[in-house]
Design a binder for this molecule. Structure first.
Ligand code: BEZ
Ligand code: FE
Length: 295
């Protein structure tokens, strides 16, 4: 029988966690134990710091519910969410890269006809978003589904407003030429929720707690890898300090100012507006993934 000492406790803990039945759980838990023990030794972890950490994690759980997920926010500001996205959702050169989903997506948004507006009728600069969804070889993808959502001028999402009607979110399928187009208002940059333990932690640093202005998209099409992404306004504040590391150069697009009386499709638009043209590029799902996808 071996009693634990400061010197051998890591080896004993590793030996115990190596008994995990599932090989992947074994790998995850032994690596976690090794890194946690190394961390504690490296920083000379004190008992009061250990207690503060447990209190922080308790508060993080207590403030979380179906609409608010403070643990995900913690992962976001640590860069862990985006690292996990980048490692797992790698795309080939030329394909639209992925970004974080964020906490504000709502399923089953209203369908938005081509050239119609996202619902809400909210104040803001008029923005026309259009483009195509294409294959890596440039072929337009007809019937691709775009699911988009964004914050309003104050940086507020629908899920943050109790009992709101559908607001600044919608679904649209690309037409036979792979085209999509909708009207909305230009989103503004906004702060992540700062009234919880993550905010308290971030305030003890010089980290900017803002995200740059962006519109979220989920893209899917039969036979292609789905993409979770965002388009960012070129030149927007916080573009190079995004608190959740979600901005990527390929996703930064100009919001081009157009004067009154310019054409959109066959219509003259009376008011000045902004316009984003963007071609999303999807890559084919591998044959095995297609075979395993339920019909
Ligand atoms: C968002 O873009 O909606 C978001 C992402 C991560 C944390 C907070 C907000
Ligand atoms: Fe967002």
């Amino acid at each position: 029988m071996t009693f634990a000492t400061e010197d051998n406790i890591t080896d004993i803990a590793l030996e115990r966690w190596r008994t995990a039945h599932d090989p992947r759980l074994r790998e995850l838990m032994t690596a976690a134990v090794q890194h946690l023990h190394d961390f504690a030794r490296e920083v000379n972890f004190t008992e009061s710091e250990w207690l503060a950490a447990t209190e922080f994690l308790t508060a993080t759980g207590q403030i979380s519910d179906a609409k608010r997920q403070e643990f995900i926010l913690l992962s976001d500001v640590l860069g862990l969410s985006m690292l996990t996205v980048m490692m797992n959702a790698r795309t080939s050169a030329g394909a639209t890269p992925n970004s974080v989903l964020g906490p504000f997506h709502i399923d089953a948004s209203p369908v938005i006809d081509r050239n119609a507006a996202l619902p809400g009728d909210l104040p803001g600069e008029a923005l026309y978003v259009c483009g195509t969804v294409r294959d890596l070889d440039g072929t337009p993808i007809a019937g691709a589904l775009l699911d988009m959502w964004q914050a309003d001028e104050d940086g507020t999402y629908e899920t943050q407003i109790p009992d709101s009607e559908a607001r600044l979110r919608g679904l649209q399928r690309t037409d036979a030429q792979g085209r999509f187009a909708f009207w909305t208002i230009a989103p503004k940059g906004y702060s992540i929720p700062m009234d919880g333990p993550v905010g308290t932690l971030v305030r003890q640093t010089r980290i900017s707690h803002y995200r740059p202005a962006h519109v979220h998209f989920l893209l899917s099409a039969e036979g292609y890898k789905p993409v979770t992404t965002q388009l960012f306004r070129a030149g927007a504040e916080y573009i190079d300090t995004d608190v959740v590391f979600g901005a990527r150069p390929e996703l930064v697009v100009p919001f081009v100012a157009r004067p009154a009386a310019t054409m959109v499709d066959d219509r003259v638009i009376a008011q000045p507006h902004l316009r984003v043209d963007y071609d999303f590029v999807l890559e084919k799902a591998d044959a095995l993934a297609i075979a395993l996808t339920p019909a």
